[in-house]
Design a protein around this ligand. Structure first.
Ligand SMILES: Cc1cc2nc3c(=O)[nH]c(=O)nc-3n(C[C@H](O)[C@H](O)[C@H](O)COP(=O)(O)OP(=O)(O)OC[C@H]3O[C@@H](n4cnc5c(N)ncnc54)[C@H](O)[C@@H]3O)c2cc1C
Ligand code: FES
Length: 349
């Protein structure tokens, strides 16, 4: 068993013999950025300032010879061979660092399809470098030349090596940008997006059962968080409750059904607020939650959707015993300015 010490916080975690540093950190609940987990993308690069490690086979383009000389390593493949290994990771409080947002990154719309009554799904591929983000964050999309104001849209997928971003955009009656996305933005067009923004990201130190609550397109950041957690082998139960008005407003059920089949600890339920149908729960979250989860005192909660929905969720889960520090919310406020984290939470460029 080796010990991995994180600087500047000084916190440490154990790393079992044969485990990579990334595995050791993840098992202890720390979220080091990663993507390919195979020494090919460079996403998990950190500086090692003390101790020795076996780097294993990694690609030169992911870790150059110069970087090796400077002490950098790829933690998805690195295994400690000394008793202690000191790495530069996180803030002084051992919080994960966020990526500095990029302005006007060029993307191409590679796919657009309706997925529910009022929702289209967009797939965008980067022309240059992918945007780096944490699951749960959002970007702004608009078209300044056409007078379409930038609006916040949550990324609904966990980071992928090709940098593809998936969005779910609901038509807001009378709204400018969402209607432009629905009616005018076409497959093959280039658009500029900025981000990533926001701090609705998984708390890396969490090791509790998780309850995710989403209404409408609030499902987007929740899907990204769940995909990332399941991908890294999160073991505690993860339950998703999706609230929709009618069956026609429900989407991504195939993906959730696949997760439920593949991961024993994942389950999802759908509640309809304006329809009573077999196979679905009926009623708003404040009605169905107390029956499903009478005691939430040990749960971490993620809730996303309209500000009213998020407020209802917060009040309801608190009544069921959820602790303030374990409640994370993302309200889809109209025309919110992008939220950029404090400088000490940003990674150096
Ligand atoms: C962090 C975050 C993440 C988000 N993620 C998503 C997401 O993943 N998917 C998604 O679909 N949405 C998301 N949103 C919401 C999104 O950013 C937009 O607010 C939404 O798409 C509406 O934008 P719009 O330009 O179409 O509407 P706007 O033009 O901003 O109008 C909003 C509403 O105000 C009304 N309105 C406009 N002008 C007036 C006026 N003069 N008087 C009275 N009423 C008026 C419109 O009818 C409309 O109902 C997110 C929001 C935030 C803050
Ligand atoms: S995650 Fe891709 S190199 Fe480590």
């Amino acid at each position: 068993m080796a010990r991995i010490i994180m600087q500047p916080s000084g916190k440490s975690v154990d790393c079992a013999y044969g485990d990579t540093v990334l595995m050791g950190l993840e098992k202890a609940g720390y979220a080091l950025p990663n993507n390919c987990r195979a020494g090919a993308c460079g996403e998990c690069k950190v500086k090692v300032t003390g101790g020795q490690f076996d780097q294993g086979m990694v690609l030169d383009m992911a870790l150059t010879q110069e970087e090796r000389k400077q002490g950098y390593g790829l933690m998805c493949m690195a295994k400690p061979i000394s008793e202690e290994l000191t790495i530069e990771w996180g803030t002084t409080d051992a919080q994960p660092k966020l990526f500095p947002p990029r302005e006007d990154a060029l993307f191409v719309v590679t796919e657009k399809r309706p997925i529910a009554q009022r929702v289209v799904e967009l797939r965008l591929r980067p022309v240059g470098q992918p945007i780096r983000y944490w699951p749960g964050q959002y970007v702004t999309i608009g078209n300044s030349r056409a007078g379409i104001p930038p609006r916040a849209y949550s990324i609904s997928n966990a980071p992928r090596p090709d940098g593809e971003l998936v969005f779910q955009v609901a038509r807001d009656e009378g709204g400018v940008t969402s209607n432009w996305v629905h009616d005018q933005l076409n497959i093959g067009e280039s658009i500029k997006i900025s981000g990533a923004y926001g701090t609705f990201i998984g708390d890396p130190s969490v090791d509790t059962p998780v309850l995710c609550l989403a209404a409408g397109t609030g499902l987007a950041p929740i899907l990204a968080l769940a995909e990332a957690a399941l991908r890294r082998g999160y073991k505690k139960p993860v339950t998703m409750l999706f609230s929709a008005r009618t069956k026609d407003d429900v989407y991504s059920q195939g993906l959730m059904a696949w997760w439920r089949t593949k991961h024993r600890n994942f389950d999802y339920k759908v509640t309809l607020t304006r329809e009573n149908l077999e196979g679905y729960l009926a009623g708003r979250v404040d009605v169905v939650l107390p029956q499903l989860f009478p005691d939430l005192s040990k749960h971490t909660i993620f809730a996303a959707g309209s500000p009213e929905f998020v407020d209802t969720c917060r009040a309801t889960v608190k009544q069921l015993g959820a602790k303030d520090e374990l409640i994370h919310t993302e309200g889809f406020f109209a025309q919110q300015q992008p939220v950029v984290a404090n400088a000490d939470r940003l990674l150096p460029l």
